[in-house]
Design a binder for this molecule. Structure first.
Ligand SMILES: Nc1ncnc2c1ncn2[C@@H]1O[C@H](COP(=O)(O)OP(=O)(O)OP(=O)(O)O)[C@@H](O)[C@H]1O
Ligand SMILES: [Mg+2]
Length: 327
């Protein structure tokens, strides 16, 4: 038998009805979402504001009920087996104001660990280790209300991992954090999965580079629907975008020949007399012609001084699918 996926949804739908008619119209926050996330995956959910990302994570972490359809976490039904689900998961939202301001960082984290029945000694050790890794050790005995936004968010992320969940849901874990703090969190996530290959991370993010760097697979969601779900590499390949190829070569005898090469959409060149270089620029319909171009250049006895290829980014994929950028 296949191993149980970490997450499985079937036609998962969530509708929000306005309390009063005049307060707006019905929102279909999730529309027939079918998703399967395997154990051990680092899975990203990418979508614009209002796409349904938080709604999806809330249903998977048993904070919100589906309107229709099914969601299973670790093989358990989130509607009927929510207690068992809760023992296996944790969920953290970026920018959330959680924790008790009057307790210290350590007291807060310890308290959350006790909700999950983690042995006190084990919890305290984990808390110390994680505070160290997150550069927060000097804030251990500080009251939570004195923390900066970023420090508080780091504490929230620690709270998520300190209970050692099988599956962790992170809703925009690096939202608003500076470059360093974001990197600390990303590195922690990757190391955690490396140390625990059966555990699963499901995160939402607005940052393309983050999704690209971290995730094994990404679901692109808009208006409550999954538009695509694949590895970052395959997503980028799905969008057939023009590749541009720029090459600096020692002076060429015949440039006209490149105009008619297969796959070349347009070709321009400039001579850099001072350096004795010809600068070639190709817009390619696909990449298959690149090696022919390279051989032709070398065949004329020219040397390639530099070669640069620009490929589509995840942002290009996203814009193509959703029709607008993030932010
Ligand atoms: N409690 C609620 N009552 C009514 N509508 C809601 C509620 N929660 C979410 N919605 C609506 O559902 C849709 C999806 O919201 P959701 O918070 O899941 O989006 P999101 O993808 O997380 O967006 P963001 O990137 O802004 O966090 C939105 O149109 C939102 O207004
Ligand atoms: Mg959200």
């Amino acid at each position: 038998m296949d191993q149980e996926p970490a997450v499985r949804t079937e036609a998962l739908t969530r509708v929000f009805e306005p309390k009063k008619k005049k307060e707006g119209s019905t929102v279909r926050a999730l529309e027939s979402v079918d998703l399967r996330i395997e154990q051990g995956e680092l899975f990203g959910i990418l979508g614009p504001n209002g796409a349904g990302k938080t709604t999806l994570l809330k249903i998977l972490s048993t904070l919100l009920l589906p309107t229709s359809g099914k969601a299973y976490v670790a093989g358990l039904d989130v509607e009927t087996q929510f207690n068992a689900v809760r023992q296996r998961i944790n969920m953290v939202s970026g920018g959330e104001i959680s924790g008790y301001g009057l307790l210290t960082v350590k007291e807060n984290l310890w308290m959350f660990s006790q909700f999950y029945g983690i042995k006190s000694k084990v919890a305290l050790q984990r808390i110390d280790d994680m505070l160290g890794e997150f550069g927060l050790l000097d804030k251990k005995d500080a009251k939570v209300r004195t923390l900066s936004t970023g420090q508080r968010q780091k504490m929230n992320v620690i709270r998520g991992f300190v209970t050692d969940p099988d599956i962790i849901f992170l809703d925009e874990p690096t939202l608003g954090l500076d470059v360093n703090a974001s990197r600390v969190i990303r590195t922690y996530i990757l190391d955690w999965l490396k140390d625990h290959p059966k555990k699963t991370v499901v995160l939402t993010t607005h940052y393309m580079a983050e999704a690209d760097e971290l995730c094994d697979r990404i679901a692109i969601i808009d208006n409550g629907r999954i538009l695509a779900c694949d590895s970052p590499e395959r997503l980028k390949k799905m969008v057939r975008m023009n590749t541009t190829l720029s090459m600096d070569v020692t002076r060429l005898k015949d440039t006209a020949v490149f105009k008619t090469f297969p796959g070349v959409e347009s070709f321009t060149f400039t001579e850099d007399g001072e350096k004795g270089l010809t600068k070639l620029r190709f817009v390619m319909r696909d990449e298959s012609g690149v090696s022919d171009i390279v051989s032709a250049v070398l065949g004329q006895g020219s040397r390639i001084e530099s070669l640069q290829k620009t490929e589509p980014t995840l942002e290009d994929v996203f814009i193509k699918m959703v029709g607008k950028g993030l932010e």
